[in-house]
Write a protein that binds this ligand. Structure first.
Ligand SMILES: Cc1cc2nc3c(=O)[nH]c(=O)nc-3n(C[C@H](O)[C@H](O)[C@H](O)COP(=O)(O)OP(=O)(O)OC[C@H]3O[C@@H](n4cnc5c(N)ncnc54)[C@H](O)[C@@H]3O)c2cc1C
Length: 410
């Protein structure tokens, strides 16, 4: 059995960045990345955007060119599903009994798409959107004529997929169980704007209604029956209702965590020698009053990866990077900084009608988060205001003719 100083499970944004950062920060020990994936590390955000639209080939999704990993002496074991960990003897074990001894283990395994649990959920033609293989299946089905698509879930992934499918001329019905889209991550002004944008583009939105069952024509999905009794015909169903964190092997070592794996400010789990980062890691978030939750974003995975790499290089650092996120739908660029989980005031700056505005979330007179629609200037300036926790003047803040950075309380 080969021994590695660091074994990283997962080659997504978190795992790949952890390996890159380790070398950047001067780590000279041996590094192995293992992944269930069969492709070298690649980016997921384009999967529901340019890759689904056929505007970006897979090669341009690669996080680094294939030769990079060799040149940095980072070994990669692909098609390798880790199913158990012997935390006492520091060994990670794969489904096909490959064994990897580690000094430290970084669990960066992300999650699997949450699928429906109603009758018909396993029919052919029902797809999640998490991996290249998922999107390749969707594209193949589109090429073979799928025209009427039902998207379940009004979060970012579902909305982005709906936007691409409309752009390529498919009929799209989007079903969201809650009364508005993006309700878990954005204020009403943003939800209203996004809903109206999709409606104008021809998406048939069904809000506040659930899925009762998927109906099949033989093995293949042919429709969706909603909880209000309405039947929607479908050639394909795309499910975008979040992820289930992939954490079972770590949980079986005794690591704590109700929602993913709990980690401290240095990304350490409760089990010695095991760290966790990215979508599957749950921690007390300094930007949300210390509430515990998982953050699913490239920023979070990459910044946690940097933290764990520094810790493994012996630096005394803690993870407290400001969360940020983006989404592209049609010609609209949405950018978010901070977390709008707790605020007492939401101020609109700019013109919603002209699709160039920001929704600024404040608490106790300070900006805590911002959602920007085609408004990068505000986004950049708000990040600094959030980080510095500066007191702002709400009247100046609401005046879009005054730069956001000048809305500071006099
Ligand atoms: C369609 C889509 C669009 C997105 N768009 C955006 C966006 O616009 N902006 C943004 O900030 N974020 C976006 N995200 C979220 C972002 O991609 C994730 O937050 C990010 O990929 C998390 O990185 P990660 O390394 O934690 O997990 P992942 O990227 O999911 O990587 C997990 C890795 O672990 C491997 N793995 C899992 N279990 C095992 C196991 N038992 N053994 C071995 N390997 C295992 C997987 O194969 C994979 O390689 C999007 C995500 C999706 C799916």
């Amino acid at each position: 059995m080969k021994m590695y100083d660091v074994v990283i499970v997962g080659t997504g944004h978190g795992g790949a960045q952890a390996a890159i950062s380790l070398r950047q920060f001067g780590f000279e020990g041996s590094i192995l990345m293992v992944s269930r994936d069969t492709e070298p590390p690649y980016e997921r955000p384009p999967l529901s955007k340019e890759y689904l639209a056929g505007d970006k080939p897979f090669e341009r999704l690669l996080i680094r060119p294939a030769e990079f990993w060799d040149s940095k002496k980072i070994e990669i074991e692909l098609g390798c599903n880790i199913v158990s960990i012997d935390a006492e003897s520091h060994v990670a074990i794969s489904e096909d009994d490959r064994r990897f001894a580690y000094g430290s283990l970084v669990w960066a395994a992300g999650g699997e798409p949450r699928m429906l649990s109603c009758p018909g959920a396993h029919l052919q033609g029902v797809h999640g959107v998490r991996s290249r293989a998922d999107v390749d299946r969707i594209v193949a089905s589109l090429r073979s004529g799928a025209h009427r698509i039902v998207v379940i879930g009004g979060g970012y992934v579902g909305l982005e997929a709906a936007a691409v499918l409309r752009k390529i001329g498919r009929e799209v019905v989007l079903v969201e169980a809650l009364p508005r889209v993006l309700s878990r991550v954005a204020g009403e002004t943003i939800s209203d704007f996004v809903q109206s944008m999709h409606t104008k583009q021809g998406v048939d939105l069904r809000l506040g209604v659930g899925v009762k069952r998927l109906v099949g024509d033989g093995f293949k999905v042919s429709g969706v029956e909603l909880t209000d009794g309405i039947h929607i015909p479908a050639d394909m169903v795309i499910v975008g209702i979040g992820i289930i964190p992939s954490v079972e092997p770590v949980k079986r070592t005794g690591a704590t965590g109700e929602n993913g794996i709990d980690v401290d400010k240095q990304c350490r789990t409760s089990v010695a020698g095991i760290f966790s980062i990215g979508d599957c890691a749950c921690y007390a978030n300094a930007w949300a009053g210390g509430r515990h939750f998982r953050v699913e974003s490239v920023q979070n995975a990459s910044d946690m990866a940097n933290t764990v790499a520094k810790v493994l290089c012996g630096q005394d650092v803690t993870y407290d990077a400001l969360p940020w996120f983006w989404s592209n739908q049609y010609d609209c660029r949405l950018q978010t900084a901070g977390l709008s989980v707790e605020y007492d005031q939401a101020v609109v700056r700019g013109s919603v009608a002209e699709a160039k505005f920001s929704l600024v979330y404040c608490k106790d007179g300070r900006v805590v988060a911002i959602d920007c629609v085609n408004n990068t200037k505000d986004y950049v300036q708000a990040r600094k205001l959030i980080e510095s926790r500066t007191k702002i003047d709400p009247v100046r803040l609401a005046d879009a003719s005054i730069p956001l950075k000048e809305s500071v309380s006099q």
